[in-house]
Ligand binder design. Sequence first.
Ligand code: DCP
Ligand code: MG
Length: 404
Amino acid sequence: MADPIAAGARAILHVDMDAFYAAVEQRDRPELRGRPVIVGADPRRGHGRGVVATASYEARRFGVTSAMPISQAYRLCPKGAYLPVDMEKYSRVSDQVMQTLRRFTDLVEPVSIDEAFLDVTRSRRALGEPETIARALKEAIVGETRLTASVGVACSKLVAKIASDMRKPDGLVVVPAGTEAAFLAPLPVRRLWGVGPKLEETLLQAGIHTIGDLAGCDSARLERRLGVHGHDLVELARGVDDRPVRAEADEAKSVGQEHTFGADTADPKVLRATLLDLADGVARRLRSHGLTARTVTLKYRDEDFETVTRAETFEADTHAGEAIFKVAWRLFAGVHAGKRVRLLGIYASGFGGTPQLPLFTEPPSRADRVRDVLEERFGRGAVTGASLLPQPGRPGASRSRRRG
Ligand code: DCP
Ligand code: MG
């Protein structure tokens, strides 16, 4: 029998809906229940084209998986029901699920369309043990949406996320405090957060197959061998992960702008230009409110709907487009592994909120001032991305010519 999560530790839940798109379709079309359902067919391009977004568990028995070409799925499972993606509907259901989760705590961090972390440490007095909360939460989701979710309960995001995946569908896995390392040890290294295909290969070549192998490594030696991150990796393998659950409410206290691409893109020029444009927009909004910001947050969503946010704090407050872009670009470089990007956003927060020019920050650069004036006169869009502004000697402009 599992011990309850230790009283002083954090209680983190990871919730992930089961076969999400397919489950929504089976819910809405009873004739599809119990049948293999494959979502991702593109009716405009004929059923043989496109990739599988997801497959119901019945279809997975035939070997059909996400991201597989539809044509291959057809060969494996010719009797399946092939449906187009109805993004609007799934987004609506996703909102409903997130609302349900927020009844259990304010600390809900959605990470993709069907997945979220919750920190219920402070809900325990009112709602009971984390496992009790997890059961109530699963019931609430079924009650509100008639869909099932799998839940992992642990003291960290890393372990909770791996746990939610262990007994899908409709699973509940609790990893008691102190048993993280033992829980992780038999799993393959690729299950660890941050281990992509390239790093996996390097580790396998070094004879490190399981997370337990990794946990037993000397981090200094590993660091020499891998170049970087050795220490962090070994810590993660031992189940040490202090990342906080970040509620989206943070975004409300910030000035921000997002852009969803018409078609997902990996074109570095487009991505860079978009970030420049977003940084510019955020800087302009800050200036128009007389605000400066201390923290820049990048929101990044890839073609698989995986969403990450990364933040960095300045030494001094700023409202300059260039400074915001520089940080956003650095954060972007840290998360972008080459997948196609669906959405980018930049948020500025931690306001030095006096509605006047702050004393200790640089005044707006000449380029920023010029742009504000032009746009006030001619409207938004009168001036294009910062890199296109013809200002000789302006760092943003020359940098873009060099790298762009
Ligand atoms: N998705 C997609 N393309 C991918 C992966 C996922 O479009 N390559 C979409 C469809 C999924 C949804 O995102 O339904 C959620 O992704 P999950 O990885 O959570 O997969 P499922 O919820 O479908 O199945 P599981 O029960 O394994 O979580
Ligand atoms: Mg899911």
